[in-house]
Write a protein that binds this ligand. Structure first.
Ligand code: GLN
Length: 485
């Protein structure tokens, strides 16, 4: 039953000699292999590579060398992050032939601390989506209910952690792709302050919004991984200078929420009704018992967040994806004869419908005749939104919101792309303003429908976000619930 242990427990058992890295790694690889067919969480399983690293680690322990912070912990990476010599498909047919020529910074940091990368997980193609149904390889299913979506775009990582196929995984979050699937799968997902984790070696989607972050079964494990990956990197020009923080130590210092003030954007949350509202309100009650104080905050500009996000994210995506042309990257069309045909047909055949939609939308909002009306205006509103959040944080320490308007939904049930975009209503704001934000489980709408709560902090206050989340988690046990098997 190793899969019910936390990442830290596995680490401790490895360090004390109770378990070998090989035993732990083989156990999780077997579990991944036996569950992946029904879940579709992994795109690539790195059996040989992982077992080799585990054997090296066992020797390291035998020699009495110092063991890294992640020693003995199996970790999965979303398949838009590079591991040298391994394919990075972004779950796109277009990139099925792409082998990463170098390691992402997060890959190096994890392996320097003896974490064991066991595989690459499924995502909406190029991380565009909220259900993982846009993967051009296969969909991922929600372990709570195999008819339902795990959310997206980091649905593979979320499903893998929720089904206890790995204790820890990384996702990327451009508009909610770590937090929303975490919420729909009943686990913890963390989007760091923009610039806290290096994006070097992450396939870019919306570069001013993208952040890599952990998915875990509990806040401590997420914090542990953040202590390793949350550090300055010279290879990412948007990396912040701050060094790594001791989240775990700081979390242990806080037992309650006394003296902490939480802002609730009441008018923005007006449309939250029914069971989601009830579940959210219960969480607020629980926080009151723990000593939290609440104030109303004005985040009225969030009503434009979806509009702004889908202008800026698609604009950035349209330039970032220009490199996938069948020459520098990607599968070249076999039907192309001229240079123009290589460009046109390779993209036509290689990209799925959602990716094409975004490239077209992004190209449109950046075009000469329209960029003032759309792109520039969206940038201006983004600046106003940042100012509005700053004002709100003058009145409170953290902002609290639900993660998603609902829980997991049936695969194929959301057909209108705009309807799907509205899934992100509560998550995109944090990306637009660069705030650190966590999603933790705070209840169930039905027995197989977990619901998540977000704490949003001022930029760089990642520690505060972790502290509040761990107090809430210690006082509840939603994080201990997991699907059977
Ligand atoms: N669902 C959002 C989108 O489709 C967010 C994606 C993400 O965070 N990668 O753009």
């Amino acid at each position: 039953m190793l899969h019910t242990l936390t990442a830290r427990e596995l680490h401790d058992k490895f360090c004390s000699g109770e378990l070998s890295a090989t035993e732990i790694t083989a156990y999780f690889l077997d579990r991944i292999e036996s569950h992946n067919e029904s879940l579709g969480a992994f795109v690539t399983i790195l059996r040989e590579r992982a077992l080799e690293k585990a054997a090296e680690l066992d020797q390291k322990r035998e020699r009495g060398d110092k063991l890294g912070k992640l020693a003995g912990i199996p970790i999965a990476l979303k398949d838009n992050m590079n591991v040298e010599g391994v394919t990075t498909t972004c779950s796109s047919q277009f990139l099925t032939n792409f082998t990463a020529p170098y390691d992402a910074t997060i890959t190096k940091l994890i392996e320097n601390e003896d974490g064991i990368i066991v595989g690459k997980t499924n995502l909406d193609e190029f991380a565009m989506g909220s259900s993982t149904e846009n993967s051009s390889l296969f969909p991922t299913l929600n372990p709570w209910n195999l008819k339902c979506s795990p959310g997206g775009s980091s649905g593979g990582s979320a499903a893998a952690v929720a089904a206890r196929l790995v204790p820890l995984a990384l996702g990327s979050d451009t508009g909610g792709s770590i937090r929303q699937p975490a919420s729909l799968c009943g686990i913890t997902g963390y989007k760091p302050t923009y610039g806290r984790v290096s994006r070097y070696g992450l396939v870019a989607f919306g570069s001013s919004l993208d952040q890599i972050g952990p998915l875990a079964t509990n806040t401590q494990d997420a914090a542990l991984l953040m202590e390793v990956i949350g550090r300055h990197c010279d290879r990412d020009s948007t990396s912040i200078p701050e060094g790594p923080e001791n989240y775990l130590e700081k979390m242990a210092e806080r037992q309650d929420l006394k003296g902490m003030k939480f802002g609730i954007p009441n008018s923005f949350l007006e449309k939250l009704t029914g069971k989601p509202r009830e579940t959210f309100d219960q969480a607020i009650e629980k926080m009151k018992e723990l000593g939290a104080e609440f104030v109303d905050v004005d985040l009225s500009l969030l009503k434009y967040a979806i509009a702004i996000y889908y202008i800026l994210a698609t604009a950035e995506a349209s330039t970032n994806l220009a490199r996938f042309d069948g020459i520098r990257y990607g599968v070249r069309s076999a039907n192309a004869e001229t240079l123009d045909q290589i460009y046109d047909l390779s993209k036509e055949e290689g990209f799925g419908p959602e990716v094409k939609r975004r490239i077209m939308l992004g190209t449109y909002v950046l075009s000469a005749g329209y960029k003032d009306a759309y792109y520039k205006k969206a940038q201006k509103v983004r600046t106003l939104m940042i100012e509005q959040f700053e004002k709100a944080f003058e009145k409170c320490d953290l902002i609290v919101m639900p993660t998603s308007p609902a829980s997991n939904f049936e695969l194929g049930s959301i057909k209108d792309p705009l309807q799907m975009y509205l899934e992100d209503i509560y998550t995109v704001g944090s990306n637009l303003v660069g705030s650190p934000t966590i999603s933790i489980p705070c209840g169930f709408l039905e027995s197989d429908k977990p619901f998540g709560l977000q704490f949003v902090g001022p930029q760089k206050q990642d520690t505060l976000v972790f502290q509040a989340a761990s107090v809430f988690e210690n006082a509840t046990d939603y994080h201990n619930a997991h699907p059977t098997e």
